[in-house]
Every structure is written in structure tokens, then in C-alpha cells.
Design a protein around this ligand. Structure first.
Ligand code: ATP
Ligand code: ZN
Length: 224
């Protein structure tokens, strides 16, 4: 469904929301976040912000429901692989990598376990929210494994006897340490990215995207 206004999906609440809103504001987009609204209209440009769970953003882009989205590469790639496996549309255009949301997706094991390399993961059960990315990594290196899908509390799975290892997002490593785990392998280094749907759009909308991108370039460079 095409609209006149450019639709941008961003995370409603979470690790990407503040920086994402700040970035848009620095690019000159004026808006007022209030209440529990799903759609926020920009006051000075033909832009609508869609406030959603980050998990929904890749699909909204790949289905062409929104024009732009800001999402962590970890989520984007996981959903892309999942949709490809189901033969669903999984295309998008990566416009640029952003300067926030940095983290790594890592496999972690008991901090006291001996570990000399990925072959030590052979036959292990790995708890994760990212089964597709784990499978891609393990298949690439030819190590057999099983998964235990968890959408939360991944880091307690080994202690709870649900899994031998985990694969989860890490930034400082404090959560791992607090749960008696150590990082064994980094399987993805992720940042937030700005993506566009491959759906055809009007020249006006495309021009607005180019303008936003130019401003973003300036804003991000000024911070470096
Ligand atoms: P939602 O309610 O929108 O589903 P969520 O709990 O799935 O939120 P957040 O924890 O807010 O998601 O994380 C959003 C994204 O922030 C992650 O997918 C990742 O790209 C990035 N991120 C950066 N640092 C971290 C970190 N230390 N832990 C988790 N995610 C991080
Ligand atoms: Zn989420």
C-alpha cells in the first residue's frame, strides 16, 4: 500500500530507540513522541514514523509495508535467513551502517570449561534466540550441534541444564560473567543499519531519502 508520506519503522522501546530518534532529529526531522502511538507524523516533512518491536522491522521492509527501517544487523540477518528458508521475500537495500547499536553475537560456554577451538562445540546443545545465524556459522565450519530456542533468559540456560552453551548478544561481557560463562567464539559483529524496501517508490519519496542520507552523512561525520 503506497502512501504519499515516507514511512520509517523504528524500535519503539529498547536499545536502539533513543539513538535512532536522536539521529532523525539531528537530520532535521521534527516530531513529538508521546503516549502509546504506533504512528507519529513528522511536523515539517512528509514522514511517518512507525514505532514497533525491533523483531518486526525486517519483515515490514521485506514485505514492502514501510519504506525505511533502522535495525540491528543481527536481527536483520536472522530474519532474512528465516524468510529465505521459508521461500518468503527477503530482499532489502542496505543504505548505510549507523554509529550505534554495536554488539557481537557470540557463543559462550562454562567459564571453567577447557576450550581450544570451535571443534570443541561438536555435539553441543546451544541455547539461542538466533538459530539461523548459529546454523550458518556451524555449517560453515562443519561442526555438528543442536539448538534450544529461547526468546529470553538465554544466559541462564546452561546453569538450568537446558543447554551446554549459548549464543547471544554481548557488549561488555558483564552478563556472561555474572552467569559463569565465557565468550568462546564471535560469530557476528553487528551495528544498527538503515535499510530500504526494494519496492518501487515515487521520485519524490526517493529524493527525500537521498536528502535524509546526505544529512545523516553530515551528522555522523560531525560526531567522529
Ligand atoms: P523489542 O521489545 O523491540 O523486541 P528487544 O528486547 O528485542 O526489543 P533490545 O534489547 O532493545 O531488543 O536490543 C535491540 C538491538 O540492540 C539488538 O538486536 C542489537 O542489535 C542491539 N544491541 C546493542 N547492544 C546490545 C546488547 N548488549 N544486548 C542486546 N542487544 C544489543
Ligand atoms: Zn526484539
Amino acid at each position: 500500500m503506497q502512501t504519499q508520506r515516507l514511512r520509517i519503522a523504528i524500535q519503539k522501546k529498547g536499545r536502539l530507540s533513543k539513538e535512532c530518534q536522536d539521529l532523525l532529529k539531528r537530520c532535521g526531522v521534527k516530531f513529538n513522541m508521546m503516549g502509546e502511538r504506533l504512528v507519529v507524523h513528522a511536523e515539517n516533512m512528509p514522514i511517518d514514523l512507525l514505532l514497533v518491536r525491533d523483531d518486526d522491522i525486517p519483515g515490514l521492509i521485506m514485505d514492502g509495508v514501510v519504506d525505511l527501517g533502522v535495525i540491528g544487523e543481527n536481527e536483520l540477518e536472522e530474519v532474512g535467513l528465516e524468510r529465505a528458508a521459508r521461500n518468503e521475500a527477503c530482499e532489502y537495500i542496505k543504505l548505510r551502517r549507523l554509529d550505534f547499536g554495536g554488539c557481537r553475537l557470540s557463543i559462550a560456554i562454562d567459564k571453567d570449561a577447557d576450550y581450544s577451538g570451535p571443534q570443541d562445540l561438536n555435539g553441543k546443545r546451544i541455547a539461542t534466540t538466533y538459530p539461523q545465524l548459529v546454523k550458518r556459522y556451524m555449517d560453515d565450519i562443519g561442526v555438528k550441534f543442536t539448538t534450544c530456542m529461547l526468546n529470553g533468559s538465554v544466559e541462564v540456560a546452561p546453569r538450568a541444564g537446558l543447554a551446554d552453551a549459548i549464543c547471544d548478544l554481548v557488549s561488555t561481557g558483564a552478563t556472561l560473567e555474572a552467569n559463569g560463562l565465557k565468550e568462546a567464539e564471535v560469530i557476528l559483529r553487528s551495528k544498527a543499519v538503515l535499510i530500504q524496501s526494494t519496492e518501487a517508490i515515487s521520485d519524490d519519496k526517493q529524493a527525500l531519502i537521498e536528502r535524509l542520507l546526505t544529512r545523516m552523512q553530515g551528522v555522523i561525520q560531525a560526531k567522529e
